[in-house]
Design a protein around this ligand. Sequence first.
Ligand code: CAA
Length: 244
Amino acid sequence: MGLITLNRPKAMNALNDDLSQEVIGVLKAFDGDASIGAIVLTGSEKAFAAGADIREMHEKSFVDMFNENYFSAWDVISTIRKPIIAAVNGFALGGGCELAMLCDFIIAGSNAKFGQPEIKLGILPGIGGSQRLTRLVGRSLAMDLILTGRLIDAQEAKACGLVARVVPPEELLSVALDAADKIASYSYPAVLLAKEAVNRAEEVSLSEGVRHERRLFQAAFATSGQKEGMAAFLEKREAVFSGR
Ligand code: CAA
């Protein structure tokens, strides 16, 4: 299991270029490391991340943003094959909320606050917020959050499906690490196939998605994990997966 902790306390973990490059680099390294089965991304008790770095952006022009293709580096997260859990305490705003949504699921401390307040800065979400939030919570609430810039707390985030679980803030990291450990204990190819199948649901029609899932499901029968998992069940013992 791999743990990444955002640590720029002076700026509420605002995502400047250095922090972004570092996080993306570590995610890619974890993805290529066979000893890591799942990844947890967290921040501090005050802030997961308060967005993209406003100080770094404020003087940029359209051409600067366009030529640098600002924020496009984050797209790589959707190519990471291993599950990534966002463990969110405190503020997850703007790019911070978008980063959490780029992860596979979010576990929130009860003190968490989510929002896309870019409208207050004269801009709009730029790391996929208008698309992922809409898919996660539906058009009406996404419009509300993106157009008014209001924040929602962990309970509302849970009620609308943005967040998978809400836990006491002090238990957040251990709950997220336990979840990552559990995922990492399962058959590695089954985990990758399952993540791929769920992600497919956002891209294709229901019938195409079900067809894709069926092929992945059938492919799981070519893994040692399937043989071991089913044998262990029938022999009433714990499965021991080899990673193959
Ligand atoms: N960028 C740069 N610096 C930031 C920052 C950000 N996104 N968020 C907070 N900071 C800095 C503040 O400037 C402040 O620094 P100084 O001490 O040097 O003044 C420090 O972090 C602490 O922040 P506050 O004093 O504001 O703390 P607070 O507790 O009063 O408020 C907050 C916390 C509600 C998170 C508030 O800081 C805030 O509203 N931050 C901005 C949130 C935001 O607008 N995010 C969207 C950014 S744009 C974006 O993300 C675009 C995109 O889609 C990719």
